[in-house]
Design a protein around this ligand. Structure first.
Ligand SMILES: [Zn+2]
Length: 135
């Protein structure tokens, strides 16, 4: 017997139960691939609803991904700052955000603006450019 169900989103009578859905989650350059997810999917509109166990696995993987991406971002900020031989105070003078901005970024209390991250990435790739923007 093939089980089907009506889609709550588009009304299509033919949602199918997939036992091996695959999803790749990505966040800030980090990715995680999930396989074997079970749930109902609508071939007509693409809506899907994971079964409780798969839904929980998805949520845990998603939280872990965000945690890893934030940890990596914090470590990158500190690594690049030290590579440029800047103190946290000097780095904050260059990028704004207040005197304690970099201690917050590196301890994880705050996330920098995208412009700050982009500047750090540019300087990571071209560290000699720091000579043009002394604090
Ligand atoms: Zn649908």
């Amino acid at each position: 017997m093939t089980m089907t169900r009506q889609c709550m989103s588009c009304g299509h009578h033919g949602m199918v139960h997939n036992e091996d859905d695959q999803e790749t989650l990505s966040f800030n350059g980090e990715t995680v691939a999930l396989t074997g997810l079970a749930g109902w999917f609508c071939p007509s509109c693409g809506e899907g609803e994971l079964d409780p166990e798969s839904s929980k696995r998805y949520a845990v993987a998603h939280d872990d991904l965000i945690h890893r991406a934030r940890t990596k971002q914090r470590e990158d900020i500190g690594r690049i700052r030290r590579k440029l031989r800047l103190t946290q105070t000097e780095a904050a003078k260059i990028t704004g955000g207040g005197r304690n901005a970099f201690s917050r970024y590196e301890w994880g209390g705050a996330s920098p603006m995208p412009a700050v991250l982009n500047l750090l990435r540019l300087l990571d790739n071209h560290p000699v450019a720091i000579a043009g923007i002394e604090p």
